[in-house]
Ligand binder design. Structure first.
Ligand code: ADP
Ligand code: MG
Length: 212
C-alpha cells in the first residue's frame, strides 16, 4: 500500500469504493496533510493553491460524519459563486456515489427558489451554496441549520472580497457552536485571520506550498 493511499484512512468501505469509482488512487499533498486531522474532528485552516484537491479534502471529511437516517442538514458548505457551488456539490455527489442515500442540495442565487424549497423539504444531508441564497432560505424558514456539525468556508478570501462578510457571519451565528469548522483560502490576510479567530476553535494550520 502506498503511503498516501486513501485506504489507510479511517473511512467507510463505501467511501473507498466511491473514490475508486472516481479513479482517485493516492491522496494529494493537501489531502494527506488535512484529512487525518479532519477525521479526528479538528478545526482547520487550509492554504493551498487552486487544483490541489481541496474539495475532496473537506468532502471526504464531512461525508464520513453524515448519518443518512437523519434527514436534516448536517454539513453546510459556503462558496463564493454559483459556478463554484455547482462544482463543489457535483464533486461531493461523486465522492458519495457508492454511499447509499446521501442527499446533496445546491442553493444558489439565479435559480428558482421554489424548487430549492421543495428539495429541502424532501431532506438534505449536505447543503452547498452561496451566502446570499442560503441566508434567504434561513430567513424564510425553508432551511434549518441547527443540526449542522460540519461547516466549510470554501475560498473564504474570495467570499470576503465579494462583500459577503456580514451575510456569512449571520449564517454562521445559526450553526451550533460545537460544530467542526473548516476554512479554505488561497491567501491568509488579516481579515481571514480575524474571521478564523471568531468562528474556529484552536484550528490546525495546513499550508501546502505552491511548488509542491
Ligand atoms: P481545489 O479546490 O484545490 O482548486 P479541486 O478540489 O477542484 O481543487 O480538485 C482539482 C482536480 O483534482 C479535480 O478535477 C479533482 O477531481 C481532482 N482530484 C482531487 N483529488 C484527487 C486525487 N486524490 N486523485 C486524483 N485527482 C484528484
Ligand atoms: Mg476549490
Amino acid at each position: 500500500m502506498s503511503p498516501s493511499a486513501f485506504s489507510k484512512l479511517n473511512i467507510s468501505p463505501a467511501q473507498l469504493k466511491s473514490l475508486e469509482a472516481l479513479g482517485y488512487k493516492a491522496m494529494t499533498p493537501v489531502q494527506e496533510q488535512s484529512i487525518p486531522l479532519i477525521l479526528k474532528g479538528r478545526d482547520l485552516v487550509v492554504r493551498a493553491k487552486t487544483g490541489s484537491g481541496k474539495t475532496a479534502t473537506f468532502g471526504i471529511g464531512l461525508l464520513n460524519k453524515i448519518n443518512p437516517r437523519f434527514f436534516g442538514a448536517q454539513a453546510l458548505v459556503l462558496c463564493p459563486t454559483r459556478e463554484l457551488a455547482d462544482q463543489v456539490g457535483a464533486e461531493i455527489r461523486r465522492l458519495a456515489s457508492q454511499m447509499p442515500n446521501i442527499k446533496v442540495v445546491m442553493l444558489c442565487g439565479g435559480k428558482p427558489f421554489g424548487a430549492q424549497r421543495d428539495s429541502l423539504q424532501h431532506g438534505a444531508h449536505v447543503v452547498v451554496g452561496t451566502p446570499g441564497r442560503i441566508h434567504d432560505h434561513l430567513t424564510k424558514g425553508t432551511l434549518q441549520i441547527d443540526q449542522v456539525s460540519t461547516l466549510v468556508l470554501d475560498e473564504a478570501d474570495r467570499m470576503l472580497d465579494m462583500g459577503f462578510a456580514d451575510t456569512m457571519q449571520a449564517i454562521i451565528a445559526e450553526v451550533p457552536k460545537n460544530r467542526q469548522t473548516l476554512l479554505f483560502s488561497a491567501t491568509y490576510p488579516d481579515n481571514i485571520q480575524k474571521i478564523s479567530r471568531s468562528i474556529q476553535a484552536n484550528p490546525a494550520m495546513v499550508q501546502v506550498d505552491d511548488d509542491v
